[in-house]
Design a protein. Structure first.
Length: 126
């Protein structure tokens, strides 16, 4: 038994529609799978980029901190040197003041000695 032409065309059309529908579903599923894979890879890449940025930021902070600490140590060294120079100058001034005090005391003593001699000679000359 042969099928009428119209029925054969109808069955063929149904088969083509069914096959194309199946292909469309398969392509859609493939696209969904591909999209999910792409999204997962993008998430992994974003995580890796974020970690790299965090590492770079930490490294930058560490470098800045090290540089700051180096500058602080240098400034402290300079201050210590200045303090030593100041102490040395103060000691020099103290020594000079002590020398001046000794000279002044010696001059006062000499002056008193001269006064007493003068008075002694004045008393003898009368």
């Amino acid at each position: 038994m042969e099928l009428p032409d119209w029925l054969a065309e109808f069955l063929l059309t149904c088969a083509v529609v069914w096959i194309r529908s199946k292909q469309a579903r398969t392509q859609a599923e493939g696209a969904k799978t591909s999209a999910a894979r792409i999204i997962e890879e993008a998430k992994k890449d974003a995580t890796a980029i974020k970690k790299e940025a965090e590492l770079q930021a930490k490294d930058s902070v560490l470098k800045e901190r090290t540089e700051f600490e180096k500058e602080v140590r240098e400034i402290r060294r300079e201050l210590q040197n200045l303090e030593k120079r100041l102490i040395s100058r103060e000691e020099g001034f103290d020594k000079r003041a002590e020398t001046i005090d000794k000279r002044e005391s010696e001059l006062v003593r000499r002056e008193q000695s001269l006064k007493s001699r003068r008075e002694k000679y004045r008393g003898q000359s009368r």
